[in-house]
Design a protein around this ligand. Structure first.
Ligand SMILES: CC(C)(COP(=O)(O)OP(=O)(O)OC[C@H]1O[C@@H](n2cnc3c(N)ncnc32)[C@H](O)[C@@H]1OP(=O)(O)O)[C@@H](O)C(=O)NCCC(=O)NCCS
Length: 170
């Protein structure tokens, strides 16, 4: 898959992305806003493992955020299962060197219709840690609604945070 946005290209991951992935992902300021599956420090093995998962079989969609030919972030759609099978989650991160240029806003805007076209879903959601206003702003700019606050739902880096749930209904 290849999606052009005004500020980046969203494309499939390849094994050649392992070096850039390691360079850009190894940042505690990124990991601090992500689930613990996104490690810090981020090692060469973590990069290889992620690319194997992102290029392997499974329902999830993992795309690299490519700027000038280099993978500088990631964005994904993760369908839920069982009674939540009509819902999916969106997740994303971007190299700190590229923050504040509208890149993730453009990426999320482009991927929302793709998610609703590809999966039989009626809601696309994201759970944002309460100390991440930039990510909330991205979702608001992309038409997501702030739906709920789950008090103390997150335990990250030794402290409790609220989880703010944003949703898009397509
Ligand atoms: C959050 C993140 C994805 C944003 O990506 P980005 O490409 O820099 O975002 P954009 O430039 O498209 O938009 C950021 C918006 O947040 C705003 N913003 C940035 N810091 C902010 C802050 N501290 N408080 C309020 N708004 C803030 C920006 O001003 C901008 O809004 P604007 O266009 O209205 O001015 C990026 O910082 C990141 O990868 N962070 C670490 C990982 C992460 O948080 N992932 C998401 C987990 S839910």
């Amino acid at each position: 898959m290849r999606i052009l946005t005004p500020t980046s290209t969203l494309r499939d991951w390849t094994p050649d992305d392992a070096g850039p992935l390691l360079k850009h992902a190894d940042n505690p300021r990124i990991a601090g806003s992500m689930r613990d599956a996104f490690p810090s420090p981020y090692t060469p093995d973590d990069a290889k493992r992620f690319i194997a998962k992102a290029t392997g079989p499974g329902p999830d969609l993992f795309l690299a955020i490519d700027v000038h030919g280099e993978a500088v972030g990631g964005i994904g759609i993760h369908p839920k299962s069982d009674v939540r099978c009509r819902s999916a989650e969106i997740g994303y991160w971007l190299s700190e060197s590229y923050w504040g240029q509208g890149i993730v806003t453009d990426a999320v805007s482009a991927l929302v219709p793709v998610a609703f076209g590809r999966y039989n879903i009626v809601r696309l959601q994201a759970g944002i840690f309460s100390n991440n206003p930039a990510s909330m702003r991205v979702l608001e700019k992309c038409g997501f609604t702030r739906e709920a606050v789950h008090k103390n739902a997150i335990w990250k880096n030794g402290r409790s945070l609220d989880e703010v749930v944003y949703v898009h209904f397509g």
